[in-house]
Write a protein that binds this ligand. Structure first.
Ligand SMILES: Cc1cc2nc3c(=O)[nH]c(=O)nc-3n(C[C@H](O)[C@H](O)[C@H](O)COP(=O)(O)O)c2cc1C
Ligand SMILES: Nc1ncnc2c1ncn2[C@@H]1O[C@H](COP(=O)(O)OP(=O)(O)O)[C@@H](O)[C@H]1O
Length: 306
């Protein structure tokens, strides 16, 4: 997959089929769009393209609180998931003012000219162009003029409710990891580098990898979770604390740290993936590190048996 970013002057020489969106979380609904995109690209001999913006557009349009702009997947995590889909191109377009101001027709012209689009594959609620004025009907109106086809994909439902990034964010923020994972179609994960912590872990015989997260990454509520950890392409069972370690001090920033079961390596600086499987308990302030250690040992036992 070719990853095009930090430019609005992209070009693809071949004819293409394209899907567009924010794709936050790349959930089951997005997966259906991508499956259709790949099928059509193969049938019609087109290159497959996913077009997304490099930050959630809402961030530039409204001066909202950070909590309302949190994402399920960062750009880097999204790139990692897209990489596995087998698409030909991922375009992560900078969300610049000139693009925000483009009318729907100008947006279509731009796509057709720079990417030779022969097929648009979009969800039924896809909106584009200035003030989100364009939708799939607009795309269809101009299809003859510009020589492309449009396939509209109906949203997948979970019982009565459409599967959406908003739905999944709600479930994650409520701590319903298993529900969020079932809507995502994979396990919610965090990808980042291992940094130095307070070095207390090893003194109690439970070393933990500490990870720094971008401020806009959504996290489940503070607590202890069963996780899977990927180090150097190998998966291990883990047990992860999300929170500010109130037992250690009162002003730790929120972070995530993981004890990896049956693992003994120095991995500072390595990029790891921590996938969340289930909630064990809330984070608590213990009276001593010794009490915390006892609790951590029983958390590890739960994770081992899970
Ligand atoms: C399974 C697990 C459960 C934890 N639970 C709590 C907790 O309830 N309260 C708390 O203050 N810290 C908790 N922590 C964080 C510990 O305080 C932390 O791992 C320890 O201080 C070592 O930190 P260090 O890696 O920075 O040295 C937990 C950590 C793990 C791995
Ligand atoms: N089973 C394990 N789980 C997590 N980290 C481990 C494990 N075994 C060794 N390590 C290493 O130990 C480091 C954590 O030790 P710790 O004393 O908690 O230090 P820190 O506070 O810097 O995280 C990890 O970053 C990792 O390199």
């Amino acid at each position: 997959m070719e990853y095009i970013r930090e430019t609005i002057d992209f070009k693809v020489a071949n004819d293409t089929a394209i899907t567009l969106g924010k794709f936050d979380g790349l959930h089951k609904g997005h997966e259906l769009l991508i499956e259709n995109l790949i099928k059509i690209s193969n049938e019609k001999n087109l290159k497959s393209v996913a077009f997304t913006f490099d930050i959630p557009p809402v961030k530039l349009v409204k001066e909202d609180k950070l909590s309302q702009n949190k994402v399920i997947t960062t750009n880097d995590e999204k790139h990692y998931i897209f990489e596995k889909t087998g698409l030909d191109y991922l375009i992560e377009c900078p969300f610049r003012k000139e693009i925000m101001m483009m009318s729907p027709i100008d947006f279509i012209k731009w796509m057709v000219k720079s990417l030779n689009v022969k097929y648009f594959i979009v969800g039924e609620d896809f909106k584009f162009g200035y003030k989100r004025q364009g939708n799939y009907i607009t795309l269809k109106e101009y299809s003859k003029q510009f020589g492309y086809k449009v396939l509209v994909i109906t949203k997948i439902k979970d019982e009565q409710r459409d599967i959406s990034s908003t739905y999944i964010r709600e479930e994650l923020l409520s701590g319903n990891i298993r529900k969020a994972n079932s809507l995502l179609g994979y396990e919610f994960f965090v990808k980042s580098k291992v940094i130095q912590g307070n070095k207390i872990g090893r003194t109690i015989g439970i070393p933990t990898i500490n990870m720094i997260l971008p401020p806009n990454k959504i996290l489940p509520p503070n607590g202890v979770y069963v996780t899977s950890v990927n180090v150097d392409e190998k998966w291990y069972r883990g047990v992860t604390n999300v929170g500010c370690k109130p037992t250690i001090s009162d002003n730790n920033p929120i972070g995530i740290e993981t004890y990896i079961i049956d693992f003994c390596q120095d991995i500072y600086g390595k990029e790891v993936y921590v996938s969340f499987l289930d909630f064990i308990r809330e984070e608590r302030k213990f009276n001593s590190i010794e009490e915390l250690k006892h609790q951590m040992i029983s958390d590890i036992e739960i994770a081992k048996k899970w």
